[in-house]
Design a protein around this ligand. Structure first.
Ligand code: ADP
Ligand code: MG
Length: 565
């Protein structure tokens, strides 16, 4: 039989190198990743079998079998799921298609200790097999095909493909353990890893049965027994599920390496019956911001416990695209298509309920654990801001979740909520003042702030890229209007109180005295400005540019000019 040799894509080589060198202290995770893939493969088969029952044939008990051979020093993970064709083997195990991968890898340095964390956010998946194995062979037969192929590699830059024999559909992965990794040639060890990481995979995970009177290693019987609970986690009662179980399940659904920040697990009964288990990650995946608004994974739709598809786009609004988890509906038809999901009123209702749940969860976190909420905001605040504009029906609640630095902050990370801002408004202050700018320093040093600073009025400093656009949708909060300090007249007189009547008179006098100067400046600037005015806006600077109430922000004008508009 001929053996073809293929080179890995350059990115795969780098990922392999990183995984092997950064994740050694977490090496146990290889089993979780391979079992997770086997479970996904069984899910996919069960889904395809809805339309093509013959794919299941007489092999309808989907399961994941783990064996080891102490003499050959191998651990084997086999499933009877969907399998892979020759081309799928080459593509799925030889390339990385995710956008932004190259850039991500360039930013990692050789000896950086944080690489383990970063590569975790990347999602290591199949390649984690090479942490413990120096040679991996994958033999697979796609459901519905009678061809089998073996993919094999020693992580040295290339892999081989060769025709193979496999009597039935599915995938078998053989790990040839590295020197010193013999601890995995042990039934007890493998069992404990299954319990720890894969207890609630919805398929039986089977290991060689322990013979009475034996300690696990040595001679195991050929008979297999199921070692995990094998029930979908979300179908169990909340009170029976431990935090560790929720966390382990999160890693399976999200591909994330770290723990989730928070989660919410609910059963809804009424005219729609469904269960949801939603997680908020602690860290954004590496390609989260670069991935764009359309590329979304992470919310799995099940119907009556059968995995249907990744349906984040249909089940959650774009500004909640960081949410991961599972929705399991009792009522949707098993044969739903993506198109049907898009137009279904049932789905629309579920989406509404999930949106509410997710916002509830964030509100609770913000209220009860402000420091952890700040961590969330740092990772995903920029995305949540989109909701203020995109989802008018939730805008009121979302506004309470916004956080900004202000003129009272020592740095860009010291943030204030709108409720807090309103609470500490000056007597007589009737608006929420904000400034938008393209960067923290530009915002902080803006001459537009001088008059407000002089009066001790706090101004929100919106210095992120999305803020200018979002601010256009901020109209009122707690009955107070928003006012952009760079636009139109700032009516600050009300704030000065009766005692300041003298100041006002003085200012009017000063304005009169300045009239000849104003006329001169007007003549010099001519058409380039609309108006020249004496202002109470400044205390230190001699002059500043002010926009008309409806003009575009200065940095937006600059951006458009740079883009040739
Ligand atoms: P992910 O699971 O996040 O997609 P992995 O690196 O874990 O990434 O796996 C890469 C791909 O290889 C999977 O998406 C799947 O298409 C394929 N694959 C891996 N293991 C199996 C398996 N046991 N059966 C079928 N396909 C598999
Ligand atoms: Mg995987």
């Amino acid at each position: 039989m001929t053996v073809e040799t293929h080179a890995f894509q350059a990115e795969v080589k780098q990922v392999l190198h990183l995984v092997i060198h950064s994740l050694y202290s977490n090496k146990d995770i290889f089993l979780r990743e391979l079992v997770s893939n086997a479970s996904d493969a069984c899910d996919k088969l069960r889904f395809e079998a809805i339309r093509q029952p013959e794919l299941l044939g007489d092999d309808s008990t989907l399961a994941i079998d783990i064996r080891f051979d102490a003499d050959a020093r191998t651990v084997t993970i086999a499933d009877n799921g969907i399998g892979m064709s020759r081309d799928e083997l080459a593509e799925h195990l030889g390339t990385i298609a995710r956008s932004g991968t190259k850039k991500f890898l360039e930013n990692l340095s050789e000896n950086d200790k944080s690489n383990a964390q970063l590569i975790g956010q990347f999602g290591v998946g199949f390649y984690s097999a090479f942490i413990v194995a120096d040679r991996v062979s994958v033999t697979s037969r796609r459901a519905g095909s009678d061809e089998a192929w073996t993919w094999e590699s020693s992580a040295d830059g290339e892999f081989t493909l060769a025709g193979a024999d496999r009597a039935t559909r599915g995938t078998t992965i053989v790990l040839h353990l590295r020197e010193g990794e013999d601890e995995y040639l042990n039934g007890w060890k493998l069992r404990s890893l299954v319990h720890k990481y894969s207890e609630h995979i919805d398929f039986p995970i089977r290991l060689p049965a322990e013979k009475a009177g034996e300690e696990g290693d040595g001679d195991e019987s050929d008979e297999l027994e199921t070692v995990n609970e094998a029930t979908a986690l979300w179908t169990r009662a909340r009170s029976e599920i431990s935090d560790d179980e929720y966390k382990a399940f999160y890693k399976h659904v999200s591909g994330d390496f770290g723990d989730p920040l928070v989660w919410t697990h609910n059963r809804v009964e009424g005219n729609q019956n469904f269960t949801s288990l939603l997680y908020v990650p602690a860290k954004a995946p590496f390609d989260f911001m670069g991935g764009g608004r359309d590329e979304r994974k992470g919310l799995k739709l099940y119907i009556k416990r059968v995995f249907i598809m990744d349906a984040a786009e249909q089940m959650l609004p774009p500004y909640l695209r960081f949410v991961r988890g599972v929705v399991d509906s009792d009522d949707l038809p098993l044969n739903v298509s993506r198109e049907l999901l898009q137009s279904s009123r049932q789905v629309e209702r579920i989406k509404g309920a999930l949106t509410k749940r997710a916002i509830d969860l964030l509100e609770k976190l913000a209220r009860e654990e402000p420091e952890r909420y700040a961590g969330f905001w740092k990772e995903f605040g920029g995305v949540l801001k989109e909701g203020v504009a995109d989802d008018p029906s939730s805008a009121e609640r979302l506004m309470k979740l916004l956080r900004f630095p202000s003129t009272q902050s020592a740095g860009p990370d010291e943030l204030v909520a709108l409720e807090q801002y309103v609470e500490r408004m000056k007597p007589g202050q009737d608006a929420i003042y904000y400034l938008t700018a393209d960067g923290w320093n530009a915002a902080r040093n803006s001459p537009q702030l001088e008059a407000l600073k002089a009066r001790g009025i706090e101004v929100l400093l919106m210095h992120e890229r999305i803020d200018e656009w979002m601010a256009g949708y901020l109209t009122r909060f707690a009955d107070k209007p928003f006012r952009n300090v760079a636009k139109g007249e700032l009516d600050l007189d009300a704030l000065e109180g009766a005692d300041d009547a003298g100041t006002r008179a003085k200012r009017e006098e000063a304005a009169k005295a300045a009239e000849p100067v104003v006329e001169k400046i007007k003549a010099a600037l001519g058409e380039r400005v609309k108006e020249v005015k004496v202002s109470s806006r400044l205390t230190d600077s001699a002059s500043c540019l002010v926009l008309g109430e409806y003009d575009m922000a200065l940095h937006m004008q600059r951006l458009l000019k740079a883009a040739g508009q």
